[in-house]
Design a protein around this ligand. Structure first.
Ligand code: SAM
Length: 232
C-alpha cells in the first residue's frame, strides 16, 4: 500500500507520462504509476547503492522490468535523452536538495512537461528556482499523514505571468489562495518554533550573524501575521 503522500504525488502525474522518479528508493512510486496505468514507462534514479538495489528488486518482483529502468546516478544524470521523459517526480527530500538537483540537471529537462515535487521542508527554495529558470507553479497541494505535513508543488514550463512576491514565495501562491486547515496548522507550528528561536537569539550575544538571523525570523513572523490577518 502506497503512502497517502506518494499517492497524492501520483495524482499529479499526467496520463500517459514517461516518468523519471529521482531518489526513488524502493521505486514504489513508479511501480504504482505503471500498475494503475498512469505512466507508460519510467526511470527510477538512485544515488545510493542500497536503495538502488531495493528499487531493482522491487521492479523485478512486480514484473515491471520491461517498463521501468533503474539507474544508479546522481540526480537527473539518471535521465538520458532517448528516454523521452515527460514528467519528473522528486519526493521525500528537503526543498534545497530538490532545487539543487533541478539546477544541476536543468540541461536534461528538455521535453519535460511537468515537475511534481514533494519537499519535506523549505519549499521556498523550489519556488525560487522555478522563478529563476522559467517554470511556473501550475498547482500546489498540502496533506497530513501520521502527524506530518507535506507540500506538493507542480511546475510547468513557462514563467509566471506575474512575479511572485515574498509572501507567495514562502507560503506558496496556490496554498495561500486555498488556506486549508492543514496549511494553517503547518504555519502555526512553524511560527511557534520561529518565536522560540527569535527569543533565544534575542538573549544571545549580539553578533552580526545573530542579529541577521533574528531579523530574518522576525520578517517571516511578520509575513505570517499578515497572511493570517488577511483572513479576517
Ligand atoms: N522518493 C521516495 C519517497 O518519497 O518515499 C524516497 C525518499 S528517500 C527519503 C530519499 C532518497 O533520495 C534516498 O533513497 C536517497 O538515496 C535519494 N537521493 C538523495 N539525493 C539524491 C540525488 N542527488 N540523486 C538521486 N537520489 C538521491
Amino acid at each position: 500500500q502506497l503512502s497517502v503522500r506518494l499517492m497524492k504525488v501520483a495524482e499529479y502525474v499526467q496520463a500517459g507520462a514517461v516518468v523519471a522518479d529521482i531518489g526513488s528508493d524502493h521505486a514504489y512510486l513508479p511501480c504504482y504509476l505503471l500498475h494503475n496505468g498512469t505512466a507508460s514507462r519510467a526511470v527510477a534514479g538512485e544515488i545510493v547503492k542500497g536503495p538502488y538495489e531495493s528499487a531493482k528488486k522491487q521492479v523485478r518482483e512486480e514484473g515491471l522490468e520491461s517498463k521501468i529502468t533503474v539507474r544508479l546516478a546522481p540526480g537527473l544524470e539518471a535521465v538520458e535523452p532517448a528516454d523521452g521523459i515527460t514528467a519528473v517526480t522528486i519526493a521525500g527530500m528537503g526543498g534545497s536538495l530538490i532545487a539543487s538537483i533541478l539546477e544541476e540537471g536543468k540541461g536534461r529537462l528538455q521535453g519535460v512537461e511537468r515537475l511534481i515535487l514533494q519537499p519535506n521542508v523549505h519549499a521556498k527554495a523550489i519556488r525560487q528556482w522555478a522563478a529563476q529558470n522559467g517554470w511556473h507553479i501550475a498547482a500546489e497541494d498540502i496533506l497530513k499523514e501520521k502527524g506530518k505535513i507535506y507540500e506538493i508543488l507542480v511546475l510547468e514550463p513557462g514563467a509566471e505571468e506575474v512575479q511572485l512576491d515574498a509572501k507567495q514565495l514562502l507560503f506558496g501562491p496556490e496554498l495561500l489562495k486555498q488556506q486549508t486547515d492543514i496549511f494553517k496548522e503547518k504555519w502555526q507550528r512553524e511560527a511557534t518554533q520561529w518565536r522560540a528561536i527569535a527569543e533565544r537569539l534575542e538573549n544571545a550575544q549580539q553578533t552580526e550573524d545573530i542579529r541577521t538571523r533574528r531579523e530574518q525570523l522576525l520578517e517571516k513572523i511578520a509575513l505570517m501575521e499578515e497572511v493570517f490577518a488577511d483572513e479576517n
